[in-house]
Design a protein around this ligand. Structure first.
Ligand SMILES: Cc1cc2nc3c(=O)[nH]c(=O)nc-3n(C[C@H](O)[C@H](O)[C@H](O)COP(=O)(O)OP(=O)(O)OC[C@H]3O[C@@H](n4cnc5c(N)ncnc54)[C@H](O)[C@@H]3O)c2cc1C
Length: 288
């Protein structure tokens, strides 16, 4: 482990100053479940950790009057899936956060950390994409908003500029009668990285799909939004044929690699299977 200085920020402005003064070798520290491992293995050269967990707004979870949800970037995962309103209104987010690591990891790991770490297999990102999540970012140049779907730019890379960090992630209210689901395939029951993960959000007018979003993880250099799958179902009733068409569109969009967790062929197959699963589960939820 390299020697790393530690600074605790108590406000967004203080964190901006610490990160700006620290330069290239300063890193945000949230739960530390990724970045401490990276520092220990010397995968990143880090001289200063700026701890953002003690900034009150970064660990808040707020349900807006319009039914939207704002999650402070450093809010630990257990508080997200442990919130009954999140489980009821944003079940795809609850499902994804509930399986990241184990209980000990979930006590520290944050949604902002899962997003900023930008792993192609990050479990929460496909859920955040289909829920139209928007990252609120603060930095030396002020604040800005970045849709989660546009946040990751490559494996371990994101669109944050030097000195910028995520303060919160905002989700608009899901439409009345909509449904959503998230699922992953891993070879064992817990504590593993997804071979593939998938999420969907579907809104309806009667039986007809009016709005759809699909996202996949672990099948490209970044978590993927899949508009082609949405195009296969919007304006249509969900039948075995339209569901199969969405699954096929997702399979065509995925560009996985073979690695120790799975082959291209297995991952392509899983994309189709998981896409069908999440559609059927989202429909059940919409009807409930
Ligand atoms: C045993 C174990 C099991 C795991 N299992 C899973 C799993 O099943 N699924 C999965 O997706 N992940 C898994 N992970 C990875 C990890 O737990 C998650 O990515 C976690 O959500 C990271 O959050 P954190 O708060 O710990 O981030 P940190 O480690 O604190 O930070 C991660 C990176 O993001 C940056 N960062 C953190 N917060 C911000 C912010 N607000 N703004 C800008 N940059 C920021 C840091 O500088 C760092 O580069 C696992 C890790 C371990 C150790």
């Amino acid at each position: 482990m390299q020697a790393v200085k530690y600074a605790r920020a108590s406000s967004v402005d203080e964190a901006i100053t610490l990160l700006r003064d620290g330069g290239d070798t300063a890193r945000v520290l949230a739960g530390g479940t990724d970045v401490i491992v990276q520092a220990r293995e010397r995968r990143r050269h880090i001289e200063l950790f700026v701890d953002i967990k003690h900034i009150p707004e970064l660990t808040s979870l707020t349900h807006g009057g319009d039914g939207g949800l704002t999650v402070g970037a450093a809010t630990p995962l257990y508080r997200i899936y442990g919130d009954t309103e999140v489980v009821r209104r944003f079940p795809a987010l609850a499902e994804a956060t509930h399986v990241i690591g184990g209980k000990a990891i979930q006590g520290r790991a944050s949604l902002g950390g899962n997003l900023a770490n930008a792993s192609p297999a990050a479990d929460s990102i496909p859920a955040m994409i289909v829920l139209a999540g928007v990252a609120r970012v603060a930095g030396p140049g002020g604040t800005r908003e970045v849709p989660v779907a546009e946040f990751c730019s490559g494996p371990g890379r994101n669109v944050l500029q030097p000195g910028e960090f995520i303060t919160s992630i905002h989700f608009p209210p899901p439409a009345a009668g909509s449904g959503q689901a998230w699922e992953r395939f891993i070879p064992r029951n817990e504590m593993d990285i997804a071979v593939v993960n998938a999420a969907t959000y579907l809104a309806f007018d009667g039986d007809v799909v009016t709005e759809a979003r699909f996202a996949l993880g672990a099948v490209a250099a970044t978590p993927l939004s899949v508009p082609a799958a949405a195009a296969a179902v919007v304006g249509r009733r969900l039948t075995d044929e339209t569901i199969a068409a969405a699954a096929e569109a997702a399979r065509q969009t995925a560009t996985p690699i073979s690695d120790m967790r799975g082959t291209v062929r297995q991952r392509k197959h899983l994309v189709g299977v998981l896409t069908e699963h999440v559609i059927r589960r989202a429909v059940e939820r919409a009807r409930a």
